[in-house]
Structure formats: structure tokens, C-alpha cells
Design a protein around this ligand. Structure first.
Ligand code: HPA
Length: 235
């Protein structure tokens, strides 16, 4: 047990899928894993461990935003030995050619500040995806037929962002989409020698104001789980 995770030693698999929403962790575990067992419910942050094609997998919620994700990923890696961590989540498109329901695979994530920012002092650390996981996810995404974009994203600290000028700069510099977790995931994984990736579905569009309905969100989420599982065991 750690401060935020009630699982016993050995309850967490080396491969961990990380949706923001704990109820999505439950949904994905029940739909995709064999023999899923609830391993954490502290503060309602559900985590399940089961197997996929005979491979042990944990699916664990992170909550929204980098401070919350930071807590869970630090404990999953340092205390439970997680080695491959794949965030599956949603993002807002920042480019006209990145459409609703498209898949975005994050090579890197810009940010104003992450929970790890302080330790780097004057250094501007560049969080980076694990290359072999990224390559495997791109291949797996290719099989779905869903348009897939690979590049930089923006991990913002605010969903209700009052800095349209910053978004404008991000768009101008080719940033594909905005979400709120990947930069810290990549940084924590790098610090502890783990491998990480973020696979995202476009749930809303900053330029057009469009947003996915709940049925499309669920379908896209299922696709991401499949891509993440395939990537985890071929990358
Ligand atoms: N902003 C921040 N995070 C998000 C968004 C957004 O528009 N959409 C999905 N996650």
C-alpha cells in the first residue's frame, strides 16, 4: 500500500494503461481484460488488474491534470514497479487538419509548468515519448483506419484557459492538440527509468468549437484501449 494506492505488492502489472477518468478504467478493464480484479479504490481512483492475451495489465485512473497524475505515476513506478505506462485520454485539437475523433500520438509535450518544473531550475526539460512504444502505437493506430497524427502536444494546467495568446503560439508552432497530463507523465517516467506514451482522441476542437457526443467518445475510447494494448505488447 502507498498513500494513494491500496493495492498489495504484486497487484500492479508492469504494463499500466492510464485513463484520466476512474470509471473509464473500470469500463476498459471489464471490456478488454480477462479476469479483471479491482486493486485500488482509495479516493474512488479505481485500478484494475487482469490479463490481455495472457499478458498482465493494470488499468488505473489518474484524475485530471498533472498534479493528480504525478501522484499516481510516481507511486505506480517507484512503489509497484510499473515499467510501461500509456495514457489514454482526450484532447482538444489546435490545428485545422486535426479533426474530431482523429487520434493524436504525442512525441513530446510543451507546458508552462509541471509538478516537476521546480527541480530543473533554469533548465527547460523536453519531455519525450518512448520511441518503441510510439512506433508500435502508430502501427496499431494504422490498422484502425482512423486518421492519426504524430507530433507535439501542449499539456495545459487549465481547462478553462484565459490565455488565448498562448494557444495561438502553440498553433503557430504546429502543436497538434491540448490536454492536461502528458508532459508530467513523460517526465516522471524518464526520471525513474520507465517508458511512457500518450495516445489521445480528439474530443473537441479549439478553432471550430465542435465537440464529440458521448457515444462517439465511448467508441473512440475503445479504439484507444485497443491501440494501447497492442502497442504495449509489440513495442
Ligand atoms: N483543453 C484541455 N484539455 C482537454 C481539452 C481541452 O480543450 N479537451 C480534452 N482535454
Amino acid at each position: 500500500m502507498t498513500i494513494h494506492i491500496g493495492a498489495k505488492p504484486g497487484d500492479i502489472a508492469e504494463t499500466v494503461l492510464l485513463p484520466g477518468d476512474p470509471l473509464r478504467a473500470k469500463w476498459a478493464a471489464e471490456k478488454f481484460l480477462d479476469d479483471p480484479k479491482l486493486v485500488n479504490e482509495v479516493r474512488g481512483m479505481l485500478g484494475y488488474t487482469g490479463t490481455w492475451n495472457g499478458n498482465p495489465v493494470t488499468i488505473h485512473g489518474t484524475g485530471m491534470g498533472m498534479p493528480s497524475l504525478s501522484i499516481y505515476t510516481n507511486e505506480l513506478i517507484r512503489d509497484y514497479g510499473a515499467k510501461k505506462l500509456i495514457r489514454i485520454g482526450s484532447c482538444g485539437s489546435m490545428q485545422a487538419h486535426v479533426k474530431l475523433r482523429d487520434i493524436v500520438i504525442a512525441m513530446t509535450a510543451s507546458s508552462m509548468e509541471t509538478p516537476s518544473r521546480g527541480m530543473f531550475r533554469e533548465l527547460n526539460f523536453a519531455p519525450c515519448a518512448d520511441w518503441t512504444l510510439l512506433r508500435a502505437a502508430v502501427q496499431a493506430a494504422g490498422k484502425t483506419g482512423v486518421p492519426t497524427h504524430v507530433g507535439g502536444i501542449y499539456s495545459s494546467n487549465a481547462f478553462y484557459d484565459e490565455r488565448p495568446d498562448l494557444n495561438e503560439q502553440m498553433t503557430r508552432h504546429g502543436t497538434l492538440a491540448v490536454e492536461m497530463e502528458a508532459a508530467e507523465l513523460y517526465t516522471v517516467a524518464a526520471r525513474h527509468g520507465a517508458r511512457a506514451l500518450a495516445v489521445l482522441t480528439v474530443s473537441d476542437h479549439l478553432q471550430t468549437g465542435e465537440a464529440l457526443d458521448s457515444e462517439s467518445r465511448e467508441r473512440s475510447f475503445g479504439e484507444m484501449v485497443r491501440i494501447a494494448l497492442e502497442a504495449a505488447f509489440s513495442g
